[in-house]
Design a protein around this ligand. Sequence first.
Ligand SMILES: [Zn+2]
Length: 457
Amino acid sequence: MIYQIQTKYRDEARPRAGILRGREFVMKDSYSFDIDDAGLERSYLRHRDAYISTFDRLGLDYVIVSAMSGAMGGSASEEFLAMTDVGEDSFVRCTSCDYAANVEAVATPAPASFDASDVPPAHAEDTPDTPTIDTLVAISNDRADLARSDRPWTGADTLKNVVFMVTDPEGNREPLAIGLPGDREVDLKRLEAALSPSTAAAFEEADFAQHPALVKGYIGPGVLGEESASGIRYLLDPRVVEGTRWITGANESGRHVYDLVAGRDFSGDGVIDVAEVREGDSCPSCGEALTLARGIEIGHIFQLGRKYAEALDLKVLDENGKLATVTMGSYGIGVSRAVAAIAEQSHDDRGLIWPREVAPADIHLIATGKADEVFEAAADLAERLDAAGIRVLYDDRKGVSPGVKFNDSELLGIPTIVVVGKRLAEGFIEIKDRRTGDRDDVAVDEGFDVIRGIVQA
Ligand SMILES: [Zn+2]
């Protein structure tokens, strides 16, 4: 295993949120090299454990989610996400089991296929002025000849066909049509993750002009697919299983097809799982409801496998003296962003509250008032604590009011604040916990031991 902790640079178009996403940042990276899959699994789990104890010690509230390996490739990957509403990554958690995944990696469970034997043959109908799903649903329910007898139509009964222009890393462009329930949008982040390293963009007017078979707003499966007239690859959402019955475009302006049955009347060239994920969607693991939340990615661990080792011809002698290609893992911690995540999770309206493990000092010692005895006692305490290896930030400013000093100490967020002031004359100092706000008066001659006890707890 090798590792580095390094300053890195990224050509970030829109740096934002302070150190959360900057052009310069600190990363910890490590790589494991093993001769077989079992070894990789071991290295991966050891890193996982180390990351858990690292983020636990940082006092972070985080989740470990399944992730897409994306451009890095490889077989397994997990992200460590610090929970915060301002996070830029969305993830889901199951309300019942321990399933958690970032939104790009959520696998939509496909429903069992339906029996469509009593669905009438597909029929095209005039549906003027229905370029949107809402207008289509409205007209379908309003007209007696189109309305369902068992329940009203909803957007989920319509099949929306969206066309994208996909560009591969060599710059080749190819259209791709995606069929999904009309009440959902294609999630562009999920699409990018699914197509990576290719990229996708919305179909533009010029693209439509080149494909006259596509009638914008009324595209139906009839003109889609590698075997169709357009030759456009057509992938379906996992919910479009055999036997499902749809209202969809008839490939003529102002017309839609009803009772078009998947498997009977149309099929796709494959499945693509890129529709938006919603609060309440079914858990792929247990079927209960998923809940959505946001987080900051603070760590990511990958089982890379042999992809890079093969490219680099990275071989070692195995136990039989034969050359074998190694299998690799890659593991990163965003050090700067971890600080941002701590600040997001650990503050109140008065300022930061550092977890003790990463606080810039153990004790913020404040001397208040004008009396020389106070400053002498505080300096003496600072010296004793320092000699005992306790890191002290000593505010010895004279002529600064206690209120200003207290405010500064709350802003800085050192976990324990010690005040030597007025009550020294009665033999007491005050010890305050920054997080809870609890204060204790402690006898001066017990102060040192009490503080040491708190720091070493
Ligand atoms: Zn579940």
